[in-house]
Design a protein around this ligand. Structure first.
Ligand SMILES: Nc1ncnc2c1ncn2[C@@H]1O[C@H](COP(=O)(O)OP(=O)(O)OP(=O)(O)O)[C@@H](O)[C@H]1O
Length: 223
């Protein structure tokens, strides 16, 4: 689904990530971990095409990054859902309108029944008409997840989806990710939270990629 071959990237002339060779196979569930500033968000941005690698090759859905035009990038964005670290919303729109926004952008009509079902799936039926500023951290994270999956992406990338929530809410978010994975969605989650990784491993087969010394390492079975 996504393959990195000898990929390197950095900012302002200083290298950050190097020699990255990894395959994220269809249907897999990966965690990406490593210290703050190691490059986890950068890796995710390379995955969904926000960044172009300085060296090496990234192949997504069989297509190499260096022969992608604007339309290809737009198509790619519909196949990969992203939950950003800071999950921003448009504060003057209701939560449900925010969740439906990717459909609007893609010029597609929202099916009200499907939208209601999605809001219920993330446990936000009662907050459908709420404005984003009134939401808790956990509610924002679940709304961001709903918005990321509304286009039924084949792959979901989540950047610290449990960063600002308590353990019970982390487990609730994890169970949604596990459910998506069981339905066939390929998942990649960047997290510092080793307990979250342990909890996931008890439910689904997962692989853990660790960024250490600018390189990717597949973690062993100790986690
Ligand atoms: N656009 C940018 N321009 C310059 N430097 C950047 C840019 N984006 C990230 N960096 C730097 O690259 C390094 C890695 O950042 P990145 O956000 O990928 O790390 P991370 O592992 O996700 O960190 P955290 O766990 O704290 O979110 C950091 O030192 C950061 O300051």
């Amino acid at each position: 689904m996504i393959e990195f071959a000898e990929v390197a990237h950095g900012y302002g002339g200083s290298p950050l990530l190097a020699e990255m060779t990894v395959t994220l196979a269809p249907g897999s569930f990966h965690f990406l971990t490593g210290p703050s500033g190691a490059g986890k968000s950068t890796f995710l941005k390379l995955c969904y095409g926000e960044l172009v690698p300085q060296a090496g090759r990234i192949t997504r859905f069989g297509q190499s990054h260096d022969n992608m035009g604007r339309d290809d990038i737009a198509r790619l964005r519909r196949r990969i859902g992203v939950v950003h670290q800071d999950c921003r919303f448009l504060d003057h729109l209701t939560l449900e309108e925010n969740v439906a926004l990717p459909l609007l952008v893609a010029n597609r009509d929202a099916d009200p029944a499907e939208l209601r079902e999605l809001m219920a799936w993330v446990g936000l039926s009662a907050q459908r008409e709420s404005l984003p500023p009134s939401l808790s951290g956990g509610e924002r994270q679940r709304a961001a997840l709903a918005r990321a999956v509304i286009m039924s992406p084949e792959m979901l990338l989540a950047d610290e989806p449990t960063g600002n929530v308590d353990w019970d809410m982390s487990l609730r978010l994890l169970s949604l990710l596990v459910e998506l994975n069981r339905m066939g969605t390929t998942i990649l989650v960047a997290t510092h939270d080793l307990n979250l990784i342990r909890a996931a491993k008890a439910q689904v087969p997962t692989r853990v990629i660790r960024i250490k010394d600018r390189r990717l390492h597949l973690a062993g079975a100790e986690l």
